[in-house]
Design a protein around this ligand. Sequence first.
Ligand SMILES: N=c1c2ncn([C@@H]3O[C@H](COP(=O)(O)OP(=O)(O)OP(=O)(O)O)[C@@H](O)[C@H]3O)c2ncn1[C@@H]1O[C@H](COP(=O)(O)O)[C@@H](O)[C@H]1O
Length: 87
Amino acid sequence: MKTFDALFAELTDKAEKRPAGSGTVAALDAGVHSLGKKIIEEAGEVWLAAEHESDESLGEEISQLLYWLQVMMVKRGLSLEDVYRHL
Ligand SMILES: N=c1c2ncn([C@@H]3O[C@H](COP(=O)(O)OP(=O)(O)OP(=O)(O)O)[C@@H](O)[C@H]3O)c2ncn1[C@@H]1O[C@H](COP(=O)(O)O)[C@@H](O)[C@H]1O
């Protein structure tokens, strides 16, 4: 099972190596504005899932929101520590 930190390391590596076919690379290239809209979209899906859907669906939506937040972190050059120190 993948952890938050392992996914972040994977996304950071994708950003550096830019493998062909990576959705993350395409998302990074689309920019902060596009990423921001995706985060809002996924946050809305988390809300709707929490109100109306199963635990399984809610978990999936939350995972997608975490992914997009991490892509934004990579785009802006934030480290995990930059976030964790506020927790
Ligand atoms: N965890 C994720 C992940 N979560 C969400 N997403 C993306 O977010 C989208 C969310 O799905 P939705 O159903 O909400 O939207 P959709 O309509 O299917 O997609 P869109 O047309 O809106 O983009 C997915 O289609 C993926 O594009 C993810 N994309 C990649 N990962 C992981 O990130 C890593 C790197 O992936 P690549 O860069 O693609 O190699 C791999 O470990 C992947 O498993």
